[in-house]
Design a binder for this molecule. Structure first.
Ligand SMILES: C[S@@+](CC[C@H](N)C(=O)[O-])C[C@H]1O[C@@H](n2cnc3c(N)ncnc32)[C@H](O)[C@@H]1O
Length: 94
């Protein structure tokens, strides 16, 4: 099956940060449900927009690992998040 995020990734941040989505509110809602001082695994981390807000709110007390199957999304996540977040490329086995 084709991965639609490969084609979308170049424009993804522009679309998602144009004002419709409130990442600050998403991160606050997640933190209300999470332990702030532990390990967090984000499946489908994308370009790291939620991750970035979580780090801004909590800092290094939260150790985040992000997994994604779209390399071009992970490339942007790495540029956004830097080294503190572990990023992994998911490859499927069939
Ligand atoms: C809407 S984006 C979410 C981005 C991120 N959660 C955020 O909002 O900051 C969805 C991401 O999930 C990834 N994804 C979708 N299905 C996946 C799968 N089966 N395995 C790994 N990654 C997947 C896509 O490549 C894409 O980067």
């Amino acid at each position: 099956m084709a991965n639609s995020y490969s084609a979308l990734s170049r424009h993804y941040d522009l679309i998602m940060t144009s004002g419709y989505y409130d990442y600050e509110a998403y991160a606050q809602a997640l933190l209300a449900e999470l332990d702030h001082h532990g390990d967090l695994l984000e499946l489908g981390v994308g370009t790291g927009l939620v991750c970035e807000r979580l780090l801004e709110l909590v800092g290094s007390d939260l150790r985040i690992t992000g997994i994604d199957h779209t390399k071009s999304m992970l490339t942007q996540a790495r540029a956004r998040l830097g080294d503190p977040v572990q990023l992994m490329h998911q490859t499927s086995r069939r």
